[in-house]
Design a binder for this molecule. Sequence first.
Ligand code: PRP
Ligand code: URA
Length: 207
Amino acid sequence: MKVVNLVSHPLLQHSLTILRDKNTTTETFVRHSAVVSQILILEATKNLKMENHPIETPITQTNGLQIRESLVFVPVLRAGISMLIPAREFLPWVSVGFIGLERDESTAKAREYYQKFPHDLDRKHVLVLDPMLATGGSLINTIQALQDKGAHKISAVCIVAAPEGIDALHKQFPAVDIFTAAIDSNLNNFKYIVPGLGDYGDRYFGT
Ligand code: PRP
Ligand code: URA
């Protein structure tokens, strides 16, 4: 319960530093965003259930393994798209649900504008992809929406998390485990993560 997996790997830390640098160009931001996302996805899927899978190699019969657990990716639009693209390079057969949320600039409250999930969420492990966990409003809204549609095994994969967001999320959903590359210091008066990396969606999409 209340698990936060702080993922650390030299490649991830190197790329995260490039993401944080305000002088990083959009092109470079996109490249390093993929590196960080893939390492986080690897970590978030490392305990997937496996089953035996007998096969024949060109030489002989042998026992292999295949993934038994059904996954769903749910990127939180818009910034979550940045994590979906590299995630699907590893796991192209995983189904994808979408939720669109946008924080009001003045109140920092998330407003939902789109939702489309696969039907059989109750039998799947849902990985919510959202690079920034700030107040937690967007993730709380997403997880509530997923639970309303039957999901009960849910993990959140974030690139940077604020302590305030982690606490808020776990207060409401203690069973949701979080995978993140960094737990930053705090939120500023505008509810941006400090030190953070600014507005992830704007930096990734060059807006
Ligand atoms: C950002 C980010 C998260 C959210 C986090 O999205 O991608 O979804 O803020 O903040 P919270 O934890 O306080 O809810 P934003 O609303 O800026 O929309 P975008 O993805 O379209 O840029
Ligand atoms: N959303 C972002 O993109 N960055 C923050 O610091 C907070 C919310």
